[in-house]
Design a binder for this molecule. Structure first.
Ligand code: BTN
Length: 265
């Protein structure tokens, strides 16, 4: 598909979606990062439910400022949210996104994906999607949240760098056939809409219980690496903010707010 066709088709498709959450859509053939663009738009007052999609990203970013490889074939988009909640509740939105991606994959295709805390979506232990949540506050008041999602949809593994090849997968790689971008996007936005409504209704327990059904982290021996610390123990639970509770060998309960999680077999 040539680049103009991508932009036109995707714009038309999104405008006709008829999903409450989707208020406005900006589609690009190429962007540095959909999160950066969405942040610019949000700073200029763009409303909740604005979606920024790009066919490719030249500077796709992951958690901890890592690179997110974004070749043609993947799905890269960011959504502006303006929930009236305290800033410490926004972490839950990344769980909402991971849950929505996982549910979408498992519902549309005959494959099973799982969530590794906090929000890596994986198939057979390999990463298929990631989420980057960024927020800005005005004093004490949360101004906006940008939820960026990258899904290796029709990405062929040989489009990724050698470092990623052994740890990543894609839907086309698992199914051995390419999938319909639009069908995936529609299902994902519907699911995101469903769980965002649950979030706004403060029904946090429903989100956590669905997340737990899809997560393969709880009950596992884990090592969590943060910028300043390493925590080894058993992943016990997640709390109402989406933080991981780890019980160490000495029986101490530690609450982990962010970091990389490794399973110890
Ligand atoms: C991670 O797993 O480290 C998070 C990856 C998030 C990637 C998505 S792609 C769309 C949006 N734009 C970005 O630059 N990053 C997010």
């Amino acid at each position: 598909m040539n680049s103009n066709t991508y932009v036109e088709n995707t714009t038309d498709f999104c405008r006709n979606l008829n999903i409450d959450l989707v208020k406005n859509v900006f589609v690009f053939d190429e962007l540095s990062s959909t999160n950066i663009k969405a942040k610019e738009l949000a700073r200029h007052g763009e409303q909740e439910g604005t979606i920024v999609i790009s066919r490719v990203q030249t500077k796709g970013r992951g958690r901890f400022d890592r690179k997110w490889e974004s070749p043609d074939g993947g799905l890269y988009f960011s959504v502006i949210f303006r929930p009236q909640v305290k800033s410490d509740k926004t972490t839950l939105l990344s769980l909402v996104a991971a849950l929505s991606i996982c549910e979408t994959i498992n519902s549309i295709y005959a494959i099973s994906s799982t969530i590794k805390w906090p929000n890596d979506v994986r198939i057979n232990g390999k990463k298929v999607a990631g989420i980057l949540l960024e927020s800005e506050s005005d004093g004490n008041k949360l101004d906006f949240v940008i939820l960026g999602m990258g899904i290796n949809l029709n990405t062929h593994i040989d489009q990724l760098s050698p470092e990623l090849k052994s740890t990543s997968t894609s839907i086309v790689n698992e199914l051995k056939q390419s999938v319909d971008h639009h069908e995936f996007l529609r299902y994902l936005l519907l699911t995101l809409n469903k769980y965002y409504t649950v979030f706004l209704n403060h029904d946090i327990n429903s989100i956590l219980s669905e997340w737990k059904k899809h997560s393969d982290a709880l009950g596992r021996n884990v090592k969590i690496v943060t910028s300043s610390d390493e925590i080894v123990g058993k992943a016990l639970d997640i709390d109402e903010s989406g933080f991981l509770i780890v019980v160490t060998d000495s029986g101490e309960h530690k609450k982990v707010t962010s970091g990389d999680c490794f399973y110890i077999e």
